[in-house]
Design a protein around this ligand. Structure first.
Ligand code: ADP
Ligand code: MG
Length: 251
């Protein structure tokens, strides 16, 4: 069974159809890099997977669970806000902007979500936070506030914070796009290590070297369609479409 199953997803905003029938599967433990020009619908597709956006047509399931909807009385209904939030617990999302709570230190940022969801006793969660900070190379910064950290460190904290919820799936939406160039590598290294640990990941990125090295598959989107879906070496060395060739010339 695939971990993520995206079936014929359509989404419009007003008159604009942004996703025009997207089909895509991601197997458990697979890393898919989602590439494409700005405005091609990559973020919208990730939001459909996370249940932040509901498709107009088609559906998404993660680990066999339909996202954002449930069957009740033989009919499909949208989940309530609370039910949808519950579903999102097991899906980690990392954005371009790190979105840490500025008034909380690093450890508090990590422990807050799991505490609110009653995922463990305080001491247990703090121990887990410590272990995850070690994993992202920030053991010594547990008491620092976000403003005292570099952008790369803040993004690694954001990744550790997502991992606190023990997600089955991690979604990354241009996680290094807001970083100074010299800080990009440390965040990509953290993501690479997560991939090596077997995490299922969908990564929207403009880091082509990362996509080539780490992705199991590259999915290239343009104008609301999936145009290519291939192994990285195949995609980068011999793209099938002119659309992909034009994109690769510009990156
Ligand atoms: P990408 O991430 O590939 O750059 P997006 O999914 O962010 O593309 O956006 C695709 C298009 O959808 C853009 O033209 C954007 O303006 C539009 N769009 C995205 N979200 C909304 C929204 N909530 N309301 C209206 N338009 C939106
Ligand atoms: Mg985007």
């Amino acid at each position: 069974m695939s971990s993520v199953d995206i079936v014929n997803v359509h989404k419009s905003f007003g008159e604009n159809e942004i996703l025009k029938g997207i089909d895509m599967q991601v197997a458990q433990g697979e890393v898919v890099c989602l590439l494409g020009p700005s405005g091609s619908g990559k973020s919208t597709l990730l939001r459909c997977v996370d249940g932040l956006v509901m498709p107009d047509k088609g559906h998404v399931s993660v680990g066999g669970t339909l996202i954002g909807r449930k069957v009740h009385g033989g009919k499909l209904h949208d989940l309530s806000g609370r039910e949808a939030a519950g579903q999102r617990e097991r899906i980690g999302m990392v954005f371009q902007q790190f979105n840490l709570f500025p008034h909380l230190d690093v450890r508090e940022n990590l422990v807050l979500g799991p505490r609110a969801h009653r995922l463990g006793a305080k001491a247990e969660l703090e121990e887990k936070a410590h272990a995850l900070l070690g994993k992202v190379g920030l053991s010594s910064r547990a008491k620092a506030y976000p403003a005292q950290l570099s952008g790369g460190q803040q993004q690694r904290v954001a990744i550790a914070r997502a991992l606190m919820m023990e997600p089955d799936l991690m979604l990354f939406d241009e996680p290094t796009s807001a970083l100074d160039p010299e800080l990009v590598g440390e965040v990509l290294d953290t993501m690479r290590s997560l991939a090596q640990d077997g995490m299922t990941m969908i990564v929207v990125t403009h880091e082509m070297a990362f996509a080539r090295q780490v992705a199991d598959r590259v999915v290239f989107m343009a104008d609301g369609h999936i145009v290519e879906d291939a192994a990285p070496a195949l995609f980068f060395d011999s793209p099938e479409t002119e659309r992909a060739r034009a994109f690769l010339r510009l990156v």
